[in-house]
Design a protein around this ligand. Sequence first.
Ligand code: 0A1
Ligand code: ZN
Length: 860
Amino acid sequence: MQNARHAIKRRSDYQSPAYVIQHVELDIDLYPHETRVICTTQVERKSADQQPLVLDGVDLQLLSVRVNGADWTNYVEKEQTLVVDGLPDAFTLTIETQIDPANNSSLEGLYKSGDAYCTQCEAEGFRKITYFLDRPDIMAEYRVTVRGNKSAYPYLLSNGNVVAKGELDDGRHFVTWHDPFPKPCYLFALVAGDFDLLSDNFVTASGREVALELYVDKGKRERGYHALDSLKRAMAWDEQTFGLEYDLDIYMIVAVDFFNMGAMENKGLNVFNSKYVLADGQSATDDDYFHIESVIAHEYFHNWTGNRVTCRDWFQLSLKEGLTVFRDQQFSADMASPLVNRINQVNVMREHQFAEDAGPMSHPIRPDVVMEMNNFYTVTVYDKGAEVIRMLHTLLGVQGFRRGMDLYFERHDGQAVTCDDFVQAMQDANQHDLTLFKRWYSQSGTPVVRASGEYDQQARQFKLTLTQHTPATADQAEKQPLMIPVNTELLGNQGTMVQTVLSLTQAQQTFVFDNIDQAPVMSLLGNFSAPVRLYDGQNSSARQHIVMYANDPFSRWDAMQTLYGDYLHCQAGSAGEFAEPISTAGIVELQRSLLNQAMDSPALVAEMLCLPSFETLVQQAEQIDVDALFDARNALLNQLAEALEQDMLAVVQQLPAQAYDYQQNQVEQRRLRNVLWLYLGRLDQHQAALKSHYHDADNMTDCLGALRAAQEGNEQTFDQLMVAFEQRWQDDPLVLDKWFGLHASAPRKDCLSRLDLLSGHKQFSLNNPNRVRALLGSFAFYNPKGFHAKDGSGYRYLTDYLKRIDPINPQVAARLVTPLTQFRHLDSERKSLIETQLHRLLDTPNLSGDVFEKVSKALG
Ligand code: 0A1
Ligand code: ZN
């Protein structure tokens, strides 16, 4: 089973390139099955010895090799390389290859998305277009000619500016593009197709005019405006916040339906999953609007953090991703509610990143060992990476961080660099020793911080002892102490007594606070000041005190989450080192008092009324009983709905009805209303009103809110509303994905046969990653009842699909296998059922390296 595709690479093996390429000329003649690519490069040898030139190439048909214009025969074609020998020190290399984009279902390299051609080259897709030194430290200037049929492909796009265009024979035409900024090949892009075009422009701070062009499927123009407006906001924000301006004369974004990830920051020509572009009030939720704005910003911010300064090698991925996620998070916080943003980010960390770190794929934000690079576009590299940048920001302050960024660009513009280079710039700009801080880059795992307090009335002194310990992870046995910033608030009867950031750098440290008049309640790790698990050993009345009196709304939310979590684990028999839980009546009373504040702070109250997700709860205990935990959560929701029905109804009735607008206070009110419906929808007496909530809605947020409430609450209502939804949206696959997702995550006994029916739906296709994620992803990630069915049927069901998806699209299969690999918290029966399925996968002939890497690690 193991072959060249399954070879591992190590960060420590990095070597600077033996040859470099500074100029690339591409000529791409588009045909569905026989696209011709002529790649002409200026190559220079850098190494002293005469080693051959080893080019990367996958699924290419080689037609010819020329050196300085003459045919060259001194080469060998290997499985995934072309080895050219006997070369002079500097030369022009011309390689002609043929590729088959119409049969490229991996969506990597050049492929067809519906009627359009497009490319995806990160991480190592350029090698599916031509033989090349496919590594990010090879930075070259590109001139690209695209040829295609003029009526089918009126737009022929690539990076940079148009320098020539014209007509060809047989109804074809060509356009030549030039990108003056040297770039690694993973930022190369080509798009050819017919689109609706939205044009706009942006004048930069220094007065340059930039043309903005957004390309969407024909007929979808009206859904493009939010994305375009988001782009302008992102451009202005980066100028104001970091002094960073856009550099080319044109910025293009193309939305495509077939895409493996969210979007791609190709220089001057972003390619987007249409899910992160298209929106109007009818078809998109507030969350969709939010994500579009944040992904548009993310890709735009990459122009500096990723493109102008790029990664030396792929182990450094977090250099651009952690930093760019942090930048998009700051942008989103400035655009809307910093609190809700932070809560959502923390939920992602606790639900997904903690799970990754506790599982077989655990890796530091800068991985050391990689088999398939595409497997490392992870919540660890992205989201924990952003948390690490956030800690730097906390440590150095807004201005110190900005000084570090300025120095980073001053030193490294136009270069391919490492995470160490970034930290060095931060250090040098601030004269702040970051040696210890750098461990966050090399150490994986979630640190556990424990706190205990000791109050001395006589001395009016409070001693806070913090310890840290990072449990061993699958990839690293030994762990060292890290530098952990701990936001600390000490609360007394009259409110906040102390607010400060403590720096925990040793395994154990004691911090002494003087002039403390009473034994305080500790509110620690405010705003999630470090990506750690915290156990503070306080009892539930201390937590209730935080919920009621803490200064920081985030801490109030967080204390509430802990109360819910402790309560549910006690109910489900999975409580570990928790203190005694709050009573059911206690939770009811807390929620009642929150409901009384709802109209004043709808955003905060909405989030505080939400229980931790099932997936987050799973991460909180060593061992869980799936059914007991699920039932406990469900039972608490029912009890709260019954006990607080009148209070909740009163709030729903006070919330004003307004014509839809994506605008902050409306977003917060809708969120609150839909959270309340999640409770009220459980009560028989409110089914008619729930149906009206759906039918009267003028927007997708409320429609979906009603559907979710029905999904959790009442099978008949759910079925009726789902039928109505399908009738309305059956011709719009992007919207129908919400419907696929709701079906697949519904905790129904007959869920597998329903999935079978759905996979035969006319809009379903195994080749489209959005459809696969909507149906099978929702099932495997968000249907614990169905997926973890005791007889193993859910595991088998997913595995059957993975075996079919892997040959089509290994990246999609490898992402979808995740829930089968994170079984640490499950009982031994389920573990062994999962293992059986993992072995079935491993025995699959021609299993991709992507899936092999994750499955073989899971089996240890
Ligand atoms: N760099 C992109 C994410 C991305 C990564 C890999 C892809 O194909 C394998 C596609 C997109 C981003 O961070 O947005
Ligand atoms: Zn990114």
